[in-house]
Design a protein around this ligand. Structure first.
Ligand code: GTP
Ligand code: MG
Length: 429
């Protein structure tokens, strides 16, 4: 069972538990420890983060509208993000990349994937191989280059030095030149000599060590050995899709100090992505959008900070109107609202089209000042009918609007009551 699966199992077991009692927390922590250790995550690291989650969880008061599950997922998510490494933002510009690594690590496949990645960004890749050891290495890369329609250069039966010298004449300033080198069973003297010589000639901007996700903790000694021998700028971890050890390899890579640049997530050329810890952990936990969601919320809230009504437990209809305008910019909020603990909320509360917003505005415009400040007045039939007439809507629509407003009030109260959310959304108390 992969790490994601066992973490999701642990989370699933929490379903329906509303109370954050010690027993629920302890069980969850045990499950997480088992899952992380089975994935090869360093035992000390595992205990240090799970103990931290337990302590924080025990300190968190029970919050209305948030379940045990919501709180533990938040804590787990943040801990995992902190241990798997940092986000990598590749430089999108012409450059020279040299890929190195042991046999079968995925160098050749990754060379083609990188070419595809940079091509998609509008650059012109050139794929080069100096591998004389792997049978049909030339054909393998040539074939991959053709399949993604990028340039390829090599010379059969020539030495790596000859190939690089000839390649240098062909590399244009606009190229992202990607050099695929030969591997060995281990980093021996011969390979070190060969790689040093090639690096001197090729002058790569980026020397990248390609490793397979299934090597686990060995990544630490491998990174050190390659770095001492030839110097590396970062690593690419391949086969993240197929390895139960992927989580352990990632956390060990972080401990080794290596920068994880990309991860390979499949055999196809498009299965490569710049490493993003939030996206990775979100996917592991079965919530691919959680990281992006939090970023988006923060961004929108920043942008809208002047327009934002003051957060107070007694919001008025005018506040509500401003608030839904802001929230509607966040995109599909309905799933995420439930993820954040607003599970009792009707799904459509946050789905407001521009048309609906216009209607709401018209309704609010048709209200008296008194009504806007005190929605209790709006239980009155004749008031509802007057507002409907004034705004060109039906009384049922006005009623619906009012009931949505009341749901929204609940969200406000939940937000106000939840310290963690308040901190995340940078909302003052
Ligand atoms: N599932 C999966 N398979 C991958 C990934 N990357 C590479 N592979 C597979 O791993 C195998 C070895 O990949 P290569 O790219 O030939 O590895 P290499 O490092 O060039 O190998 P040598 O040239 O022999 O040293 C191939 O079957 C690839 O399809 C990945 O991210 N996911
Ligand atoms: Mg190869």
């Amino acid at each position: 069972m992969g790490l994601g699966e066992s973490l999701r199992d642990a989370i699933d077991k929490l379903r329906g538990k509303h109370i954050l009692d010690r027993k629920a927390i302890d069980e969850f922590i045990k499950d997480i420890q088992k899952a992380l250790i089975a994935a090869g995550v360093d035992v000390k690291l595992t205990f240090s983060i799970t103990n931290e989650i337990r302590e924080k969880a025990l300190k968190t008061e029970q919050v209305e509208g948030l379940t045990t599950r919501d709180i533990l997922i938040n804590l787990l998510y943040e801990s995992l993000v902190s241990i798997v490494g940092d986000e990598y933002k590749p430089d999108i510009r012409p450059k020279r990349i040299m890929l190195i690594g042991l046999y079968g690590a995925g160098k050749t496949t990754t060379a083609a994937k990188l070419a595809y990645f940079y091509k998609e960004k509008g650059l012109k890749p050139l794929l080069i191989t100096t591998d004389r050891y792997r049978k049909a290495a030339y054909e393998q890369l040539e074939h991959l280059a053709k399949s993604i329609n990028v340039d390829f250069f090599s010379i059969k039966d020539a030495s790596p030095e000859e190939i690089i010298k000839e390649a240098l004449k062909r590399i244009k300033r606009s190229n992202v030149a990607i050099l695929d080198t030969a591997g060995r069973d281990s980093l021996n003297e011969e390979l070190i000599k060969e790689l040093k010589l090639q690096a001197e000639l090729f002058k790569p901007d980026e020397k990248i060590l390609v490793i397979s996700a299934d090597i686990g903790e060995v990544v630490k000694s491998l990174v050190k050995a390659f770095n001492d021998a030839v110097g590396i700028d970062g690593i690419i971890i391949t086969k993240m899709d197929g390895s139960a050890k992927a989580g352990g390899t990632l956390t060990a890579a972080k401990l080794s100090g290596a920068k994880v640049m990309f991860i390979g997530t499949g055999e196809k050329v498009e299965d490569l992505e710049p490493f993003n810890p939030k996206r990775y952990v979100g996917r592991l936990l079965g919530m691919p959008d959680i990281g992006a969601f939090i970023e988006r919320v923060n961004r929108v809230l920043r942008e809208e900070s002047e327009e934002l009504p003051e957060i107070k437990s007694n919001i008025t209809l005018l506040d509500f109107y401003k608030q839904i305008k802001t929230l509607s910019k966040l995109g599909p909020l309905k799933d995420i609202a439930s993820m954040l603990g607003f599970s009792s909320l009707p799904k459509d509360v946050l789905e407001n089209s521009q048309d609906t917003l216009k209607k709401y505005k018209a309704m609010i415009d048709s209200m008296t000042e008194e009504e806007r400040l005190n929605d209790a007045l709006l239980n009155n039939r004749s008031r509802i009918e007057r507002i409907a007439r004034g705004s060109g809507t039906k009384p049922e629509e006005v009623k619906e609007f009012i009931s949505k407003f009341r749901e929204m009030k609940k969200i406000y109260r939940q937000l106000l009551n939840n310290r963690d959310l308040r901190r995340r959304f940078s909302i003052g108390s």
